[in-house]
Structure formats: structure tokens, C-alpha cells
Write a protein that binds this ligand. Sequence first.
Ligand code: FAD
Length: 469
Amino acid sequence: MYLERLTSILGEDLVLAYPAQFDRYCRDWMGDVTVGCVAVLRPRTTEDVAQAVRTCRDLGLSIVPQGGNTGLVLGGLPDDPARQVILSLERLNRIRKIEPADFSAIVEAGCILQTVKNAVAEKDLFFPLALGAQGSCQIGGNISTNAGGLNVLRYGMMREQVFGLEVVLPDGRIWNGLSALRKDNRGIDLKHLFIGAEGTLGIVTAAAIKLLPRPTKVATGLIAVASLRDAVSIYSLCRSLCSDLMTAFEFLPPSALALAKEAMPTLDYPIAGEHPAYALMEIAGSGLIDIDALMESTLAELYDRGLVLDGVLSSSEKQTRNLWAFREGMIHGIANRGRHLRTDISVAFSRLPDFVGQAESLLGLKLPACQAVSYGHVGDGNVHLDVIPPSDLTEDEKIHVVEAAKDLLFDLVYEFDGSISAEHGLGREKRDDFIKSTPPVTIELLQSIKNAIDPDGIMNPGCQLPRKN
Ligand SMILES: Cc1cc2nc3c(=O)[nH]c(=O)nc-3n(C[C@H](O)[C@H](O)[C@H](O)COP(=O)(O)OP(=O)(O)OC[C@H]3O[C@@H](n4cnc5c(N)ncnc54)[C@H](O)[C@@H]3O)c2cc1C
């Protein structure tokens, strides 16, 4: 019944009605979870989205918006297949305009992040958001998760890159907040409600984004260090040594390099031998600043102070790609090991070494057969501490171990006053842990906002907050 009505109102072009057509929208990126849905809707315009929302509302269906489906917390996958449609933004993918004079652009939600980065680079401009999934994730997904990534320490998270939004509200109205003004204090800035809302308040259809001049010089290096504690001190020191021009500082344990090599056997180990820890650093700038000299003098200072065991500076694009491939490849290496715990934790930057030290000791004590891999955006106090169960366990046993590891780590996060979601969002995966660990007044405020904007609860029900029914 639903399918006939959806197709007759929206037209066949917008509706994928058969599971064989929409399989790929129903699986998470890791391949751990497969779900069902009534249909997948693929609007081409903002007006199409508004029409789709009104139709679903009239039919009593709820909507799960989906971008590139690279989210890692099950926010873009239905959990009530008989009553939920997936609304994919993939065809709403036009770059409406780039305004070099204003350092801004208006892009539709379904634009792939990499496509936007490339398009503005052609005009000597730069969009700083950078993450491993940038070849697949979409601007609308980045906004809805308030994505972080590799360059947050210099440029901030997605929220800081957004001037304005266009959003289809749960009643089908279009809210046009697409202003590219840099300063506008006319009361409460509504766009912030939709950034990080994971599709629970409306569907982002376009955004006015902030652009920067394109850095023309980038220097990348990998250093070997004695510990995460040393990496944290080095990061603080480097910020002043590099005049705060650092764009990335990623921490990798030796097991991360091995996992990357497992997934991408052609990678070349950049530093001989094995060291206790590594940091991948990048600085960038343009104009008169000699970025290479700045990187070299910084490394020389670190050597003089005895903080670095070994290091390599990239001298070609190929070498730079090889260095970054270790950071990106390790995620695939972990994914290839099958079901595992992925975390996305932040604590105060200064407490990161203590947190990771205690977490790894606890895991060693309670789950000694598991492999813990701690890596991530050290400069943001953000660690991905992933836990891989032994390969000889059954799937059920792995699920059990993953749950035990999660409880143990999250309890420690709360002790450290940290966050269980630094950048990936809550989705459906972390909803219950979030609610359990959050003061009731915060949940009540969030629920009031949800009720005011989406009184029927049709926008991504079950994501972030419990479903009404
Ligand atoms: C290899 C890899 C590396 C990653 N690295 C990082 C990282 O460094 N930092 C980081 O923050 N994340 C990272 N991620 C997670 C993920 O890429 C980001 O969360 C990304 O922003 C999701 O974008 P997406 O388009 O894939 O969204 P989806 O996964 O499709 O959706 C994510 C959420 O947003 C909602 N949504 C999507 N589009 C819209 C829209 N137009 N309107 C309203 N709601 C919408 C969905 O309903 C869902 O709740 C990584 C993922 C992978 C696979």
C-alpha cells in the first residue's frame, strides 16, 4: 500500500521500491549491520525533498535521512523497517555557487566532500574539513554529524565551517537560512540546532560554507617517539615552534602501522625498526612563510631536546601519500579483522596519556586476549581506542566481548569527565549510553526541542533519543 502511494505521488524516478535495488543503502560501512526499510527515496531538488516529507507524514511513515552512509554509529540506518523510509540525498549534489570574493560557497547536501574540496581548489580556495571517508561522505552528513577529522586542531569542526543552511522541516516547510554573512547576531542562530542533529530535526538540503585561501605549501613528517605522553608534550611545543601553523597531529601505535600494511601490502614502512609510538604531523601555509624550513627547524629542535627517536620528512607527493595511507589504511586493517569495538572518546587534552594508560591496563587485566589499538587526533584530546577480539571466537562471543570492553571503557570516560562521542555522533549505537550518563535536565531540554520542531516524531526516530512509539 505504501509503495503504491509513494510511487504515485512522488513518481517512479524518486522511489526505489525493491530490496534488490536498495541493498547498498541498508548496510553500515563496517558491514556489521544490515537492515530493511519500506523504500528508498532519492529526491533531485529541495522541492522534491519537501514533497517527500509531506507525503511520508501523510502516510504515517517516518524518515531516515542518509548521506554517504559512512557514519559509524548507525544514525543513517532504519530500526523499524515496516514504517521507515530512507531518504538519500545523493542526487541533490549541485554546487550552486562559489564566491571567491566572499570566501564562501553554496553547496547542496548531497555533494561529496572531496568533490567540494576539488571544486574550490580550482579557484585557489580551500575547504578545510578532511577525513578518511571524504571520497564518500557528503556535506549534509558532515553537517548533521558535526564531523571533525584531521584538521580540527587548526580549523575547527564542521560547525565552524558553516555560515548558513537550507533545511526541509518535518512538516514539509523549507527553512531558508542560506545567508553567507560572517556576522549576524539577530537573536538565536537557528542553524546550530541542525548541526549535529543527525537528521532528527529536519533534512539539510544545502549549506553556505566558509572557504579559505588555499595553502600553497604543505610539509608532512612522521616522527617516532617514546610514548603517547611524549607525543602530547611534543604537540604543545610544536604549536609554538610552528607559529600555530600545524594542521594535523595524529598519534599512531606500532600496531596501527602493521594493520595498515595488512590492508595495503604495497605501503612502504617510512621509518626502519619498530618504535613505541609515532606521530604524523603536517604544517601548511602560503605567501612568504617557508613551510619546509619551519618543519625542519621544528624537528631539529625536537631532536636537540631528545624528544624524537627517529623521523622522516616527506620530500615528494608520493611520500606524503604513503605517510597518510598508513593513517587511512589502518582503519581498513581493523575493519578487515571483523567485529570489534570502535570508540570515539575525548578527554581534556592534558589527561589523554593518563586516560589511555589506564584504559589499556584495564583491558589487559580484564580482557587479556583482546588487542587494543589507541590512535587518533591527539591535538583534539580525541582518541579512537578500538578493541579487537581474538579471531577464534564465535560471532556471539565477539559481541559479548565488545559489549564488555565498551562498558569498561565508558565507565573510565565518565571518571575522566570525558565524552563517549568526540566526533561521530550518537546515532542509534550510543543513544542508550548517552541517556544513561547524561543529567535528566539535559535530556529534557533536548526532548523539548525535538517535540517543538518534530511533534509527530517522524524525523529519524530512535536516533539520539528514544522513539516515541
Ligand atoms: C574510514 C572512515 C573515516 C572516518 N573518519 C572520521 C573522522 O576523522 N572524523 C569524523 O568526524 N568522522 C569520521 N568518520 C565518520 C563519518 O565519515 C562522518 O560522520 C561523516 O560526517 C558522515 O557523513 P555521511 O554523508 O556519510 O553521513 P551518513 O552516514 O549518511 O549519515 C550520518 C547521520 O547524518 C544524518 N544525515 C545525513 N545526511 C543528512 C542530511 N542531508 N540532512 C539531515 N540528516 C542527514 C543521517 O541520518 C545520520 O544520522 C569516518 C568514517 C569512515 C568510514
